[in-house]
Structures are given as structure tokens and as C-alpha cells.
Design a protein around this ligand. Structure first.
Ligand SMILES: Nc1nc2c(c(=O)[nH]1)N[C@H]1C(S)=C(S)[C@@H](COP(=O)(O)O)O[C@H]1N2
Ligand SMILES: [Mo]
Length: 252
């Protein structure tokens, strides 16, 4: 007998629910359970909902694979990045001593953290893979502050559902839900392979989300915003107004 795939199981489950309680009620249930990704029009929108719902139900607490030290890539490949702005260059000249990460939006205590503030919190080192949607990948050791440590400092309000993160590069920002934000492997990364995080790899501060594709791991992080909706946060996060066709949820 062929084993039933996880995806089929979920498809079947959602369809059965719809059959039992009616399409409208099922849609409400699915939405209430937080299973609709924000770039999708609704529970029955295209594949995105299925992928997201399946991962949320089956893998909420699962971990991205961590590798042994001998599997660290000898020549990690840094994707091309936008030329640094004058402001970034000024920070670079000062060894990033004035770099701040600000955290605002739906939090009880908005905060501003220097790199040394972040480094004084409990840290995590993990050997994980960066996988680009274009097909290449590499493995490196990433050292940083788990995002949940920072969230603990600022106190997310109970209405907060999403977390958007912004960089000095205005074209690159992303968002995740609070499940991924609180995940133990989601880290504000400042070190790589036993050294400071090099600028081509996102130094001085990069969001690493090893459970999702490379484009969610935004480099040069300066600001984090918590919100109950992604509408109105900006062009990239409007439902179908994304600049490019990447899906919002990029779980792997
Ligand atoms: N600020 C910024 N972050 C970014 C990018 C970028 O161009 N600018 N590229 C993204 C993409 S598409 C990928 S696949 C990874 C690549 O990571 P790497 O340069 O460490 O290989 O970074 C992501 N983060
Ligand atoms: Mo990418």
C-alpha cells in the first residue's frame, strides 16, 4: 500500500471539514486557526494556503536540519547585494558601534538595542543551510541572539500576529508570523563561522530563518515591527501587490 503523503492527509482533512460543516463555516474555522497566509486571498486560494496550513498543523514545532561542523561549506556563496548607502558606509567605518535595532509596533515596551546589547543576551549557535529559491545553497555556522529573547524584552501585545523586519536596504524586508518569530532557530545573527558576520553575508546583523528559503533571511536588519495585519505596512506586504512573485510563506 502506498503511504498517504502529509499533503494528501491535509487536503483530505480540509475537504472533509468543508463537507461536514459547510464551506463557509470551514473557511471561518481555517481562518480562526491562523492557517491562511497573508498573501493569499482566502482558505481556498491557491497552493499557498495548503502549504502553509499543512506546515502549521504538522510541523509547528519542527526544527530545520542542523549539520555537523565538518559539513560547513568551504566557500560559502554570498548573493550579490545592493551597493551600500552612505549611511551604511559611515556605520562600517565606525565598526558598527552605533548600529541600533529598534523594535516597535504592537509591543508593551518599544526597544532600541545596540549590537553589544544583543550580544549580552543568551545566544545560540547553529549550523544550518541557506537555500536560495534559485537552487543553490551552502552550510555555515550562524551565531546570534534568538529573536524570542528580544521579543521577551519588548513584550508582544496579545493582538500581535505578524512580525516585519526591515533593513538599510529599502528594497529588502520581509515578515513572518509569530510562530516562526518565536521559533528557537529564528535568530538575529551577528556571527558566522566563529567570526563577526561579514558584510556580504549580512553583517552586522542578519535575520536567519533556517526553516524558510533564503530570501526570508534578510541582511542588515535595523528595525522590527509587530502588527496584527500586514496590510498597510508597505508595498511588499500587500496581499497581491508584492514586488515579485515569491510567496510569503517559504517553508522548507
Ligand atoms: N538585504 C538583503 N537581504 C537579502 C538579499 C538581498 O539582496 N539584500 N538577498 C536574499 C536572497 S534572495 C537570498 S537567497 C539570501 C542569500 O544569502 P547569501 O548572500 O548569504 O548567500 O539572502 C537574502 N537576503
Ligand atoms: Mo534568493
Amino acid at each position: 500500500m502506498k503511504p498517504i503523503s502529509r499533503r494528501k492527509l491535509i487536503t483530505g482533512g480540509l475537504a472533509t471539514t468543508a463537507g461536514l460543516v459547510g464551506v463557509g463555516a470551514a473557511a471561518t474555522l481555517i481562518r480562526r486557526a491562523g492557517l491562511v497566509p497573508p498573501d493569499c486571498r482566502g482558505p481556498y486560494g491557491p497552493g499557498e494556503t495548503l502549504t502553509y496550513a499543512a506546515q502549521r498543523i504538522l510541523t509547528r514545532h519542527s526544527m530545520a536540519r542542523e549539520f555537523s561542523r565538518d559539513m560547513i561549506s568551504k566557500t560559502p556563496f554570498a548573493n550579490e547585494i545592493a551597493p551600500p548607502t552612505d549611511l551604511f558606509k559611515a556605520h562600517q567605518e565606525k565598526g558598527f558601534s552605533d548600529w541600533r535595532l529598534t523594535v516597535g509596533g504592537m509591543v508593551a515596551r518599544p526597544g532600541s538595542f545596540s549590537l553589544s546589547d544583543l550580544k549580552s543576551m543568551p545566544m545560540r549557535s547553529q549550523i544550518t543551510e541557506v537555500a536560495c529559491e534559485e537552487g543553490w545553497s551552502y552550510i555555515a555556522e550562524w551565531i546570534g541572539t534568538p529573536l524570542y529573547e528580544v521579543l521577551h524584552e519588548v513584550g508582544p501585545l496579545s493582538e500581535a500576529k505578524y512580525l516585519a523586519y526591515f533593513s538599510t536596504d529599502p528594497n529588502w524586508w520581509e515578515s513572518i508570523d509569530l510562530t516562526d518569530a518565536m521559533h528557537p532557530q529564528t535568530c538575529l545573527t551577528w556571527g558566522m563561522n566563529d567570526g563577526d558576520l561579514p558584510v556580504p553575508f549580512g553583517g552586522p546583523l542578519r535575520m536567519r530563518i533556517p526553516r524558510q528559503l533564503g530570501y526570508k533571511s534578510v541582511k542588515f536588519i535595523t528595525h522590527i515591527e509587530l502588527a496584527d495585519t500586514l496590510k498597510g505596512l508597505g508595498k511588499r506586504l500587500g496581499y497581491i501587490e508584492q514586488d515579485y512573485a515569491y510567496s510569503w510563506y517559504a517553508g522548507m
